[in-house]
Design a protein around this ligand. Sequence first.
Ligand code: 2AM
Ligand code: CA
Length: 266
Amino acid sequence: MAASPLINVMVAAARKAGRSLNRDFGEVENLQVSIKGPANFVTAADHRAEDILYNELSKAREGYGFLMEERGEIEGKDKSHRWIIDPLDGTTNFLHSIPLFAISIGLEREGELVAGVVYNPVLDEIYTAEKGKGAFYNDRRRLRVAGRRDLSDCVVATGIPHRGRPQHEVFRKELRVMMENTAGIRRTGSAAIDLAWIAAGRFDAFWERNLKAWDMAAGIVLVREASGVASDLNGADDMFATGGIIATNSQIHRRLVPILKDAASS
Ligand code: 2AM
Ligand code: CA
């Protein structure tokens, strides 16, 4: 199926920023010897990618607003459209030469998520979705979430809070219950990739707390267009306000919402 002009614009911007990230990723290993170097270098890589995305998308769609990880909110003349962008999701992986990171571009129209692109430039995997038009892998293969119906068969991804992030104890409780009830837990370090892999049926379910809108926006569209369900931890549509997300198929979603709720309050 031919991609729409909107998806083509988003893909072109993601691929251009991806070339910049790939060049920088190739340099990270050389910097490991110096202690302070890598973190500063990664911040610079992050900014370079964000600048490219901002410039490309501003040119292609004049006046749209932006919400970006580094620059924050940039109001546009066009109040009905807003890009929600993470130029480098999976920063810690990037810093450690682990090739699991992504560019995430979501688009809101009148406050509703309508398009999403997640691009891993190292694996050259691009995931695209537009509301009502389905989700696709590398512009070709149509995506659908996994169909497993028993939680005990499910491979479940999550994000583990690290030093400086809140709710370590709540996470331990959730993890204990999930360890006992699933076929396995995985952790990529990139929420955008987790959501894309839910859409692709690689992971059966994903949950995480304390995310930002730019970690999730594109991935939410991917999951929904792959016939999955994405909600906050209460099962409602408040992911951006609460920072929490559960993404899976509808059957597992019905099971997972109460299980995680009970675990967190136990
Ligand atoms: P990042 O790599 O762009 O920082 C990993 O669990 C996920 O959480 C990643 O998507 C990561 O995005 C995100 N993340 C890491 N620290 C965060 C923070 N302080 N607030 C919100 N999201 C964060
Ligand atoms: Ca991020």
